[in-house]
Design a protein around this ligand. Structure first.
Ligand code: MSP
Length: 507
């Protein structure tokens, strides 16, 4: 049976321009989507923008715009980033779209009908940026426990969701679905949070208007997280498609998120879904955070790398490769331009790009642009082919475990084996000694290795892969023809220019 996957990014707040952290989550999802499509799976991959809430209303006011005009502009920047990063998403959802409002109202009504919503009054410490209330005890040094921001005291009439009714159900669910939360460390955190007790959750606000109105009581707008989480259903044709439990995309839904929003996805979201009689998604996958030059990225420090500038300077393939290679998924990583250039030159230019260019040029120059499959393979040849195959085979399970940096390590190892093979077999020397047959065999074996490596590298570097696979044609059986070009797919970066590169976002 055909395997199916439904892959989602978080939907991004439109209060700031997209930066390298947002680009990372999207690229991770894209690589995972492309890799799985390469394996023959049917993939639906969606992303979008989260546009309601007080914070966005405030940002819009500061810019002197209505929230709608403001959201239109910033959402457009997120949308335009996708082709720049070469992202293969199937849908882009905005929470201000009608289809989404319909989905959210429908969920609200369902929860209400099922008896999980009641009207009450809330007072507590409110973290505006994260749109979350906290009790006195939950504050850390009087600040938001999420990220240390200021909190203000607030009191309002609001609707509550009976989250407390789901404490045991959630714990049972985590127990019977051991891989629901990835990685394990986050799973443990969630379990101990839920065990410590769940209070009912305030799910409406009356202190601002920029949101989806509560059905039948438009004094209230729906809590932005309930609104935002529902996007995953909107993109799966809910409520038109009511039967999500038997929907193969929903059954195979994977939500990729940053580690700071695990609680919303692994506690609130499955509880909302259970209350609506919808099964929780298959998995919540949390990754770590990028720091910039060792510090938290922030506009005020001016240290936020701009993904658009990086793509303009070095190409989207290079950015995609660097982000996945440098950070060990789940852990935090540090973005520096030095490490970017070092990895680029070290692998993309000197190892992979150079290998492709060298072999293609040799076939072009010494063998009239084509080679025929060897009649027999020596022990060295067989070992080489087998080692490459083993390394590439291994990438499948690594990607399945979201070990993207280790997947790329295997690609690097396979490429370096091919570079060793060429240095050891010296096709140029074989040519000199007139051993044309062996020279052609060696080049054939190398071209085949390049094709295989390139296919497994394609999810990360699709532009280079398509160029290489255009230069190497194996559509005729047992014959490989090349089209030589002078430029390497990854020309070396001049390290002496490193200080001249302008990679930071301006505003
Ligand atoms: N709108 C909510 C998500 C709602 S999903 C139903 C939100 N938006 S966000 O724009 O603030 O952040 C979205 C995601 O961007 C984070 O979860 C994370 O995946 C990514 N990142 C933002 N900054 C980041 C870094 N510095 N490093 C890595 N990823 C980070 O939260």
């Amino acid at each position: 049976m055909e395997e199916i996957l439904y892959i989602t990014t978080p939907i991004y707040y439109v209060n700031a321009k997209p930066h390298i952290g947002h680009a990372y989550t999207t690229i991770v999802c894209d690589v995972f989507a492309r890799f799985n499509r390469m394996l023959g799976k049917r993939v639906k991959f969606v992303t979008g923008t989260d546009e309601h809430g007080k914070k966005i209303e405030q940002s819009a006011a500061r810019s002197g715009m209505t929230p709608q005009v403001f959201s239109d502009q910033v959402s457009q920047l997120f949308r335009e980033l996708l082709p720049i990063l070469n992202v293969s998403n199937d849908d882009f959802v905005r929470t201000t779209e009608n289809r989404h409002k319909v989905a959210v109202s429908h969920i609200w009504n369902t929860l209400h009908q099922n008896g999980y919503i009641y009207l009450g009054e809330y007072s507590g410490w409110y973290d505006i940026r994260n749109e979350a209330y906290f009790t006195e005890e939950e504050l850390v040094d009087g600040k938001s426990p999420l990220d240390g921001r200021e909190v203000v005291i607030m009191k309002e009439e609001c609707y509550f969701f009976k989250l407390s009714a789901f404490q045991n159900k959630l714990l049972e669910y985590y127990e019977s679905h051991k891989d629901f939360i990835f990685p394990e460390s986050k799973r443990n955190e969630v379990i101990s949070f839920v065990k410590s007790g769940l209070k009912d959750l305030a799910i409406s606000r009356t202190t601002f208007n920029w949101g989806i109105p509560v059905p039948h009581n438009d004094k209230h707008v729906i809590y932005v997280w309930m609104d935002a989480l529902a996007n995953y259903l909107t993109c799966n044709n809910y409520p038109e498609n009511q039967d999500q439990n038997n929907n193969e995309f929903w059954q195979n839904s994977l939500h990729f998120i940053g580690k700071e929003i695990v609680r919303f996805h692994a506690v609130y979201w499955p509880a909302f879904l259970m209350a609506a009689n919808i099964t929780p998604p298959r998995q919540i996958i949390a990754h770590g955070w990028w720091l910039s030059e060792g510090e938290k990225m922030s506009k005020s420090l001016g240290n936020v790398q701009d993904p658009v500038k990086l793509c303009n300077l070095f190409g989207s393939d290079a950015l995609r490769y660097f982000l996945l290679r440098e950070l060990s998924f789940g852990e935090d990583g540090n973005f520096t331009i030095e490490s970017f250039v070092t990895r680029y030159n070290g692998f993309l230019a000197n190892s992979y790009g150079n290998l492709c260019k060298r072999v293609i040029t040799l076939v072009d120059k010494y063998s009239n642009g084509f080679v025929i499959k060897p009649e027999k393979f020596s022990k060295t040849d067989k070992d080489f082919v087998q080692n490459i195959d083993l390394l590439l085979e291994k990438t499948i399970e690594l990607v399945e475990k979201y070990a993207f940096n280790r997947y790329l390590e295997k690609i690097e190892m396979a490429t370096s084996l091919a570079n060793q093979f060429i240095d050891q077999e010296k096709p140029w020397a074989l040519k000199e000694f007139n051993d044309i047959k062996r020279m052609q065999d060696v080049l054939y074996i190398l071209l085949e290795a390049i094709i295989k490596i390139t296919k497994f590298f394609d999810p990360v570097t699709p532009i280079a892969a398509s160029k290489i696979l255009h230069q190497i044609d194996n559509s005729v059986r047992d014959k490989i023809t090349v089209n030589s070009v002078d430029e390497s797919v990854f020309p070396r970066i001049d390290v002496t220019k490193i200080n001249e590169f302008d990679v930071y976002a301006k505003d």
